[in-house]
Design a protein around this ligand. Structure first.
Ligand code: CP
Length: 311
């Protein structure tokens, strides 16, 4: 590690824990790794000799594949563990499972879990580094970092931008992580959606809360749409998917309110024509697939930095 590096943590658990300087350092490091990903040979030896275990106890496409590819690009040894084929199914506790993985001399564990706080619980009990790949409705730090990386790359800054995050805020770890990161870097953050899905308590953190789509869109530099999370919802947050799409879905009519060069973002997976019309998802203002591309560089940066702080 560079002796001037502000990064000193063996874990990445949440952006709530990080300073603006640490977040900016991750984004700057990711920019260097993005250059590696543009080379003919897209591989560096930074994690040679390190073992990374990917523990995904909840479904994932983008995060799981991009972490695995990031580990390959950094030359790590990689093990993928799925809950269905592990002894978790026989009742072994999560902590015992991770202690056994550590006994096999794993260095880093990348974990997605449906329980909020699972990575934090483990990080204080094991020596290996823990990288949170999404825990319940709590935190998804690498998603927010790749969102911020994309905003900074496309618009040149984050400070002072108006970022509106629209949809199911209540169940969204992406919204919470973006809120913590964006506020620390000086953006103006708005949450909007049905009042049943946008808790007013977020105002205390410095977020503007709207239950009207138009108000949230006027003057927006960035609109980040969230997926309606059918799997996390008890029934009754809104009358029907069709009504949600009519009242809160982003479509061609919405473009009149946002800035002409505003970015349209979505963490994926998209419910097409519910929270976002297919026309806009695939249109010129959409950066959704660039977010995915940038996720690779961001995850390379995170793995590189935490690996450098292992004892
Ligand atoms: N954005 C995101 O976390 O997608 P996956 O659930 O497919 O990883």
């Amino acid at each position: 590690m560079n002796s001037k590096s502000p990064w000193t943590k063996k874990d990445l658990l949440s952006l709530y824990d990080l300073t603006a300087e640490e977040i900016t350092f991750i984004l700057d490091t990711a920019a260097e790794f993005k250059k590696v990903n543009c080379r003919r040979i897209k591989k560096v030896p930074a994690l040679r000799g390190k073992t990374v275990v990917n523990v995904f106890i909840e479904p994932s496409t983008r995060t799981r594949i991009s972490f695995e590819l990031a580990e390959q690009r950094l030359s790590a040894d990689i093990i993928n563990m799925s809950a269905d084929t592990s002894s978790l199914r026989k009742g072994e506790s999560l902590l015992d499972t991770i202690r056994n993985i550590q006994a096999l001399q794993a260095d880093l564990i990348v974990m997605r879990h449906s329980a909020a706080g699972a990575p934090n619980f483990l990080a204080s009990r094991v020596k290996c580094g823990i990288v949170n790949a999404g825990d319940g409705a709590h935190s998804h730090p690498t998603q927010a970092l790749l969102d911020m990386f994309t905003i900074r790359e496309k618009l040149g800054r984050i400070k002072g931008l108006n970022v509106s995050i629209i949809g199911d805020i209540l169940h969204s770890r992406v919204a919470r992580s973006n809120m913590w990161g964006l506020l620390k870097l000086g953006a103006n953050v708005t949450f909007a959606g049905p009042s049943t899905l946008v808790p007013r308590e977020f105002q205390q953190a410095g977020v503007r809360v709207c239950d009207n789509l138009k108000d949230a869109l006027i003057g927006a530099d960035v609109v980040n749409l969230l997926r309606i999370q059918h799997e996390r919802q008890r029934s009754g947050f809104f009358p029907s998917t069709g009504e949600y799409a009519r009242v809160f879905g982003l479509n061609h009519d919405s473009l009149q309110y946002i800035k002409p060069d505003a970015l349209i973002m979505h963490p994926g997976p998209i419910n097409r024509d519910v929270e976002l019309s297919s026309e806009l998802a695939d249109g010129p203002q959409s950066v959704i697939l660039e977010q995915v591309t940038n996720g690779l560089a961001v995850r390379m940066a995170v793995l590189f930095l935490v690996a450098g702080c292992l004892k």
